[in-house]
Design a protein around this ligand. Structure first.
Ligand code: NDP
Length: 242
């Protein structure tokens, strides 16, 4: 495994699922970590367990000033920032016709505005130092739309576009899209719609564990500076649904 002890990595949504697994994987590779999420009790436990150079801070990605303070806290603690893993996301799926407009707004706020807030906080610092990497967790839903997933997929298409936009506008920065297939996590717990719950249950018949995505994130970070892994799609081998 490559040595990431020269990297300061910020991970959003580190309190469960893919973000927590990424924190474990990156800590094992020696990275200095700043972990963010709203459930700080979980972050506290994780940081204590990982030991070493692991800090955490409460973060609501929908709040631009909170995101700025999160990045500033990492910079103050470690002297610089090298990688922002924009992983936090929500997925309350439902058919469009059920008009769950509050859930639409919630997905837009966390999945799109949250990533934009991360870009607003980290990009000026990356530009000033002439290096830096965004690792933005999109989804297979950035490539395919499934019934009940129109709004969620729209947010992930947006994450794809934003990440590719960074790559095209900044020759000295790295921008990576991570597009997972179905992964066992808490992501589906907020689905209230019965049809969407059925769809998710059928998808979850073949699902990855979060460490598979964490390894992809580490792979993208550990490449030499002149190598930009621009996208990794990771599917369960046994899945041929999408
Ligand atoms: P989890 O629900 O397990 O994790 C989601 C994380 O996002 C939690 O740590 C949660 O922390 C955090 N989060 C949610 N809202 C906010 C907020 N407003 N501010 C800060 N953090 C927030 O799901 P996954 O690990 O599966 O999801 C991680 C990413 O992977 C998401 O972007 C998801 O869309 C994507 N993905 C997941 C797939 C899957 O099948 N699981 C497939 C494809 C993509 P807290 O509640 O403590 O704030």
């Amino acid at each position: 495994m490559a040595d990431l002890s020269n990297k300061v990595v910020l991970v959003t949504g580190a309190s469960s699922g893919i973000g927590e697994a990424a924190a474990r994987e990156l800590a094992a590779a020696g990275a200095k970590l700043m972990l963010g999420a709203r459930r700080t009790d979980r972050l506290d436990r994780l940081a204590s367990e990982l030991g070493g150079d692991v800090a955490f801070r409460r973060l609501d990605v929908t709040d631009r000033s909170d995101f700025e303070a999160f990045v500033a806290a990492a910079e103050e603690r470690f002297g610089r920032i090298d990688v922002l893993v924009n992983n936090a996301g929500v997925m309350p799926l439902s058919p469009l016709a059920s008009l769950q407009t509050e859930q639409w707004d919630w997905m837009i706020d966390v999945n799109i505005r949250g990533v934009l807030n991360g870009i607003a906080a980290a990009l000026p610092r990356f530009v000033a130092q002439g290096s830096g990497q965004f690792v933005n967790v999109a989804s297979l839903g950035a490539h395919y739309v499934v019934p009940t997933g129109a709004v969620y997929c729209a947010t992930k298409f947006a994450v794809w576009a934003l990440t590719d936009g960074i790559r095209r506008e900044h020759k000295d920065l790295r921008a990576t899209i991570i597009s997972p297939g179905v992964v066992v996590s808490e992501l589906g717990d907020t689905i209230t719609d019965a049809t969407a719950r059925e769809v998710m249950a059928s998808f979850r018949e073949s699902a990855l564990t979060a460490d598979a995505i964490a390894r992809a994130i580490r792979f993208a970070i550990e490449q030499p500076e002149d190598v930009d892994v621009s996208e990794i799609i990771v599917r369960p081998t046994a899945s041929n649904v999408i």
